[in-house]
Each structure stands twice: as structure tokens, then as C-alpha cells.
Design a protein around this ligand. Structure first.
Ligand code: RFL
Ligand code: PHB
Length: 391
């Protein structure tokens, strides 16, 4: 088989790239290791920057997010038993974020791709990349016991942090940067009314907590936990009780509890691989970088990578231009490192670290107190939270 762009991974990065290239008349094949149901059932991010929503519109999949997405103009920050509102709209000069689940983004993109007759191959086993630094790279994989090969002009590695693409680049050609945090997030999804109509980020002596939502009837909550804690040790009652104890009194008394419909523990990590291109292989999204979820940046960074990559591939296809392909890694990394910094800062400011001394804790509280008391500091948070410009 032959295609112009072979895409590995049917997460948001791979699907969005396939959709944008298709609209520009560029042929793609998307190879996904998991089943369709598995990919569509994954619960992940919830906050979309305006740039991400605009890109979804450009891709022709903006209709449902415009109808069902919840516009948020502020967030609440809680520490030392007090709550403070950060005005995102005022602080950022008019931008807002949209709360709309990554699960829904993936569904919208999958349905659009299927409606357009896309070549989407699920349960592709042993995907392997070949000749990535030559003119005609190839991808091989196994499906239903048969071996397949796809000759491509370019390969897009959109296969997440544990994918095969980044590992196909010779280690001597890649520089990686990493910080692993000594805790994780225990997340619960429930069909309960969200405790507040804005997201609440909490710094508490027991650890971080976050109140988020997927709709006005579906809540998403997180509490900081140990990464190695067995989920069985967190029955729903224990989760609700612990969450309640970390919330300010007013929110705790309003909290509606109910059975969890999903519960999982996610580790927290910062990671960047440079450069994001090797020969004819381009890495995008979590395949190239990870941020801790505290800044709500992972999915949005995936979208901005795809903005740059789709523009570069379309420019090459239409005009034979290579400038955008050549500047792809630099263009992405400039924005990525700023989001890495913001996510690391939010994480450092809001979590309990096992090695923190009383001095470190007082510094953390001083930072939060300065933040909520300073127009300039609140504006800096707002500017980063709503998302820095794509270019
Ligand atoms: P994905 O979503 O991981 O998709 C990669 C796809 O590649 C497939 N794959 C392979 N396919 C073929 N062959 C192989 N060898 C393969 N190996 C892997 C996988 O099965 C998968 O389908 O990466 P992508 O597309 O780059 O998207 C990135 C986002 O998913 C991620 O950054 C966000 O979910 C991060 N994130 C958040 N981001 C935000 O912008 N806002 C948030 O509010 C937010 N909250 C979160 C988050 C991530 C979380 N977890 C679980 C890590 C909250 C959490 C708890
Ligand atoms: C979510 O709703 O899943 C969510 C919201 C904000 C974050 C992280 C996750 O910072």
C-alpha cells in the first residue's frame, strides 16, 4: 500500500492531523494499536484553549463543541481555607477556555474521519517504522495475523508517550528532558451536579484537589495520591470523604456524591524530546512531550503541534515549500517549553511534596498569597491558562 502521510496513533493528534490533511487533499492512513471502543472510552483532558477550539472549527468538527462546550471565564484557587477567583477573561484581555471532554473531541474527530471514508486501522499490531531518514519511509504492521507494509512520503508519530515512533529515532539524535513527580492524581468521574460552575484548584495540607466537570450533570474530580496506591484501596466512599476534607467549607457542604463511573490513577511527569523531527518522521503531541495535567495543557499542546505540522505538510504539498517542515520542531518547541514551565509552576505551587520542609511550605503559601493579591501575577496566570498564541 502507498499513502502520502502515514499517521501512527488515533488519539486527538493523529485524528486531527488526518482530518486537516484530508481537507487539503492529502491522503493519510492512520494506524492505531488499540480497538475503536478502547480509544473512544478513554477519559482524559477537559479544558480546551480558544486556539484548540478554532482549530477544531477549521477541521470541520467545531459544531458540537460550540453547542455543548461550557465557556469558563474564571477559575477558583483555594489555599489556607480561603477561596479566590482568578478572572481569566479580564486577566488575558478577553480570552476564555471551553470545558469539553477529550473523549468528545476524539468522538467528533473519529466520526468525521469515518464519514469521509478515511483509512483508519484499529488493532494494528507490531507497528514498526523503517527508512525514516530516506525519501520513502515505510511502516509495517500486523492485522488479523497478516503482515502489511505502507510506503509513505512522510510519517507522523502521534502515538503518545509510550508509542513506537520516538523510540525509532537513534538515541544519539534525540535529547530528552524529564521530571517525574513523586505523586499522582486519583480521578473520579460521576453523574453528579458539579460542585461549582467554575473549576476549583485546591492547595491543602493533605494534598492537591481539583473539581472539574464534563457537563452540568457530570463531574470530574481529582485528588493527589501516591502513584503506587492500589485503586482497590479507594472505594467511592473513601474518595468522597477525602475530597470533601480538602475543599473549603462552602464547597464541601454543597458537594454531591454518587457512584463513580470511572476511577483511575495518573502519574505526573514533565518530559520533552528534542528535536521533534528526524528525517521524514515528525513527532507530535504526547509522543514528543508530556506535561503534568495541573495546567490543562497536554491536549492543547497536541493541537498546536498539529497546527504547525498540518500547515507545513500542506505547504509542501501545494507549493513544494520546505521552510515550514524545516522550522516545525523549533516552532513547536518554543511554545512547548513555555507550557512546560507553566505546568511545572502550577504543579509546584499546588501539591504537597514529600521532601518539603516547613520552609518550603511557607514559601508555597507566600507564592499563592502574592498571586491572588497582585494584578500582574493574576494576569500572568490567566494569560498562560487560556493559552499563549499558536504562532
Ligand atoms: P494520545 O491521546 O496518548 O494518543 C496516542 C494514540 O497512539 C496509540 N498508540 C499506538 N498506535 C499504534 N502503534 C503503537 N505502537 C502505538 N502506541 C500508542 C495509543 O493507543 C493512542 O490511541 O496522544 P495525543 O493524541 O498526542 O494526545 C495527547 C493527549 O491525550 C494528552 O496530552 C492529554 O490527555 C493530557 N491531559 C490534559 N490535557 C489538556 O490539554 N487539558 C486537560 O485538562 C488535561 N487533563 C490530561 C488530563 C491527561 C491525563 N492523563 C490520564 C495522563 C488529565 C489526565 C488525568
Ligand atoms: C479535567 O477536567 O480533566 C481537567 C481539568 C483541568 C485540569 C486537568 C484536568 O487542569
Amino acid at each position: 500500500m502507498r499513502t502520502q502521510v502515514g499517521i501512527i496513533g488515533a488519539g486527538p493528534s493523529g485524528l486531527l492531523l488526518s482530518q486537516l490533511l484530508d481537507l487539503a487533499g492529502i491522503e493519510t492512513v492512520v494506524l492505531e494499536r488499540q480497538s475503536r471502543d478502547y480509544v473512544l472510552g478513554r477519559i482524559r483532558a477537559g479544558v480546551l484553549e480558544q486556539g484548540t477550539v478554532t482549530l477544531l472549527h477549521r477541521a470541520g468538527v467545531g459544531e458540537r463543541v460550540a453547542r455543548e462546550g461550557l465557556i469558563h471565564t474564571g477559575i477558583e484557587l483555594c489555599f489556607a481555607g480561603q477561596s479566590y477567583r482568578i478572572d481569566l477573561e479580564g486577566g488575558s484581555g478577553g480570552s476564555v477556555v471551553t470545558v469539553y471532554g477529550q473523549t468528545e473531541v476524539t468522538r467528533d474527530l473519529t466520526e468525521a474521519r469515518e464519514a469521509a471514508g478515511a483509512q483508519l486501522v484499529y488493532e494494528a499490531e507490531d507497528v514498526a517504522l523503517h527508512d525514516i531518514d530516506e525519501e520513502r519511509p515505510r511502516i509495517t504492521y500486523r492485522k488479523d495475523g497478516r503482515e502489511h507494509e505502507i510506503a509513505c512520503d512522510f510519517i507522523a508519530g502521534c502515538d503518545g508517550f509510550h508509542g513506537v515512533s520516538r523510540r525509532s529515532i537513534p538515541p544519539s539524535q534525540l535529547k530528552t528532558y524529564e521530571r517525574v513527580y513523586p505523586f499522582g492524581w486519583l480521578g473520579v468521574l460521576s453523574d453528579t451536579t458539579p460542585v461549582s460552575d467554575e473549576l476549583i484548584y485546591v492547595n491543602h495540607e493533605k494534598g492537591f484537589a481539583l473539581c472539574s466537570m464534563r457537563s452540568m450533570t457530570r463531574s470530574r474530580y481529582y485528588i493527589q495520591c501516591r502513584v503506587d496506591e492500589p485503586l482497590e484501596e479507594w472505594p467511592d466512599d473513601r474518595f468522597w470523604e477525602d475530597l470533601k476534607s480538602r475543599l473549603p467549607e462552602a464547597a464541601a457542604s454543597r458537594l454531591e456524591t454518587g457512584p463513580s463511573i470511572e476511577k483511575s490513577i495518573a502519574p505526573l511527569r514533565s518530559f520533552v524530546a528534542e528535536p521533534m523531527r528526524h528525517g521524514r518522521l515528525f513527532l507530535a503531541g504526547d509522543a514528543a512531550h508530556i506535561v503534568p495535567p495541573t495546567g490543562a495543557k497536554g491536549l492543547n499542546l497536541a493541537a498546536s503541534d498539529i497546527h504547525f505540522l498540518s500547515n507545513a505538510l500542506i505547504d509542501f504539498h501545494d507549493k513544494g515549500g520546505t521552510d515550514l517542515l524545516d522550522s516545525y520542531s523549533r516552532d513547536c518547541l518554543n511554545r512547548i517549553w513555555k507550557a512546560e514551565r507553566f505546568s511545572w509552576w502550577m504543579t509546584s505551587m499546588l501539591h504537597r511534596f514529600p521532601d518539603h520542609t516547613p520552609f518550603d511550605q511557607r514559601i508555597q503559601l507566600a507564592e499563592l498569597s502574592y498571586l491572588v493579591g497582585s494584578d500582574a501575577a493574576r494576569a500572568a496566570l490567566a494569560e498562560n491558562y487560556v493559552g499563549l498564541p499558536f504562532s
